[in-house]
Design a protein around this ligand. Structure first.
Ligand SMILES: [Zn+2]
Length: 615
């Protein structure tokens, strides 16, 4: 807190240091030097006082009587309280950071070595809205003990420390974060110099908390940098080192030496991460926050409500309503380009009751089995009814018990760019190992998917294969390459580390038994639009401003009166170069008048799959 988020200077001296010095002066007249008090700044306060007492007296800290420490601590509390009333300014940018983070759904907690009532009064004085505040004095152990981080995780319902970032201005803050196995960020707004913080080895060092969101957007920046390079003629070879550096820092789990590296995991991480970085929904709507604090609606009741709505207004309406709720939280170019909607239904074999949901997806994962010959086989298998029996039985809310049931997934809406993961790795229970299913799925380079979708679609359903990520090798060890179509002259290139060569635009050449990820682009992709709640005409659903059935729900969601037409939302801010002024990577004669040329079309996607041997 102090030095990181609170500007705690009292007469030019940080609050806690002033309080330490005033305490020992008041207790027995000892003058403590500023530097000495600064040394113990981040420690639990009793521990800090004990260290100061021992060092000023020239004895080991074990020689200091705990009862005396407790007595001195009483003086400290009084001095601190006196001085803390004078704290009323935050480190610049803290409030807006908290607001932005919480708007993104990230929980924010503050921790301090000050007693809880002091923490509470500072939080209140500064008008912060946070998810919790913790005091090591009250929890009974100080930094570097990770007790405050653990308490914050518990109160926020966060289980994995890999999802926690500890920010602090002292060395002991870094140690505390590391002890909790959380990410650590050091800020330079405290009194400790960069060298000292560096020595503690934080994951990042930034000037101040105000820079934290820049750190959060590193993935988008690294990706943008790569795109910028690819679309300029400066060099014939490009290194994805910046993106790789960012990924290996933020997503260490993707590059652990002992694990096999999976291109699909990387893709999923990139899609999620880029979406998070580019998500334009930053601030929670007031009504949304209100809903969150209300008791959770029972899912059976919700099912019933949706079933009723479907009876009244039809299935497409319910699907669109679910989509709208999704757009209230998620609005990015990733949603516009890659996100589609699935319908999942569970039907009870006993009473016939059905539970139905419409879920968004960024890619579809198709299990591959021996005996399959084509992508169509894999799609049909994915769409097949699944009988849930035995351990997999479903709990029917009508029968109020676990019953045999049927699960069915359908493709409700397809996105402009459809990403397909061919799940070739299967866990073999007889050997307790993953094995790779090496079958070739024949796929025409253009495929009409209309017979695989369950609702009417707005655009054409003819998709072209524009890129393929290949996995060569077996389950334990392998190598990745990519085959990508050059967007502007439609030639295919095979990218294999430093070797890039053209391949025939023939499905035998482009889609081999190694194909692992497929990138399919809708033929009429030029009409994709930025979606927002108030523009239903841009959604993949058959609802629009003209088709007024949806409008009452939209007006309610955006909190406007029905009479007011909802204004058009701005186009999404894409962190990519405005217009390339030179031709992209592979040779050719690009037509740069193409309006999507600058968007970093997925045709380049293969080039940044960093190559790693699976080990
Ligand atoms: Zn039932």
């Amino acid at each position: 807190m102090a030095g990181t988020t609170v500007n705690d200077l009292v007469d030019g001296e940080p609050l806690v240091i002033a309080a330490f010095r005033a305490t020992l002066k008041a207790y027995d007249g000892t003058e403590v030097e500023f530097a000495k008090a600064n040394e113990v700044r981040g420690y639990e306060k009793k521990e800090a006082l004990k260290l100061l007492m021992s060092s000023t007296r020239g004895v080991e800290s074990e020689a200091i009587d705990q009862a005396e420490v407790d007595l001195v601590y009483k003086t400290f509390e009084a001095e601190l309280e006196k001085l803390s009333c004078r704290i009323n300014s935050e480190i610049e940018g803290t409030s807006s950071l908290f607001q932005e983070l919480r708007g993104r759904g990230i929980k924010v907690c503050v921790g301090s070595g000050f007693p809880e009532h002091v923490v509470e009064s500072i939080v209140k004085n500064l008008g912060w809205s946070v998810d919790g505040f913790f005091s090591s004095a009250n929890l009974g152990a100080g930094r570097p003990d990770p007790i405050m981080i653990h308490a914050a995780m518990k109160s926020c319902g966060v289980e994995s420390p890999e999802r926690v970032v500890k920010i602090g201005d002292t060395k002991v803050d870094v140690e505390e974060g590391k002890n909790a196995k959380a990410w650590t960020v050091s800020v330079l707004t405290g009194t400790q110099p960069r060298e000292k913080l560096e020595a503690a080895g934080p994951d990042f060092i930034i000037e101040s908390v105000a820079e934290l969101t820049n750190l959060l957007k590193h993935l988008a920046k690294g990706f943008a940098k790569l795109q910028e390079m690819l679309w300029q003629k400066r060099s014939r070879t490009h290194s994805p080192s910046q993106l790789y550096g960012t990924l290996s820092k933020f997503a260490r789990h993707l590059f652990r030496d002992s694990d096999q590296q999976d291109a699909q995991e990387l893709l999923a991480y990139l899609l999620d991460g880029l979406h998070e970085d580019l998500n334009l929904v930053q601030v929670e709507r007031k009504d949304h926050r209100k809903k969150e604090s209300e008791p959770k609606v029972d899912s059976d009741e919700e099912d019933e409500r949706m079933a009723q709505l479907e009876r009244e207004k039809g299935e497409e309406y319910v699907a669109a309503l679910t989509w709208m709720k999704h757009l209230m939280r998620h609005k990015s170019v990733l949603v516009d380009l890659f996100q589609g909607q699935l319908r999942s239904r569970l039907t009870c074999n006993t009473c016939g009751h059905q539970s139905k949901t419409f879920d968004p997806y960024l890619y579809i994962a198709l299990p591959v089995h021996y005996g399959m010959n084509s992508l169509q086989d894999a799609l049909l298998h994915f769409l097949k009814e699944e009988h849930l029996t035995g351990d997999e039985r479903w709990r029917c809310p009508k029968c109020k018990k676990r019953v045999d049931s049927v699960k069915k997934i359908d493709l409700w809406k397809l996105p402009p760019v459809l990403l397909v993961h061919l799940k070739r790795f299967e866990f073999d229970t007889s050997t307790c190992r993953f094995k790779k299913i090496n079958v070739r799925l024949r796929t025409p380079l253009s495929i009409d998917l209309s017979s695989y979708v369950s609702s009417q679609q707005k655009g054409s359903l003819v998709y072209d294969v524009i890129a393929v990520a290949n996995h060569i090798g077996h389950a334990g060890r392998g190598h990745y390459t990519a085959i990508c179509r050059h967007h502007l002259h439609n030639r295919f290139y095979h990218f294999n580390d430093t070797d890039v060569h053209e391949v025939r635009a023939d499905d035998n050449e482009v889609i081999t038994r190694e194909a692992y990820l497929l990138f399919l682009m809708r033929r009429d992709i030029s009409d994709w639009e930025a979606q927002s709640i108030s523009r239903p005409e841009a959604w993949p659903h058959y609802v629009s401003r003209q088709n007024s059935a949806m409008m009452p729900a939209i007006w309610e969601a955006v909190g406007r009166k029905p009479q007011q037409p909802a204004p058009h939302a701005p186009a999404p801010a894409v962190v990519l170069p405005e217009q390339p002024n030179e031709e992209p990577g592979p040779p050719g004669e690009p037509d740069l008048s193409d309006r999507h040329g600058s968007r970093g079309g997925p045709c380049n996607v293969g080039s940044y799959f960093a190559c790693h041997n699976l080990a």
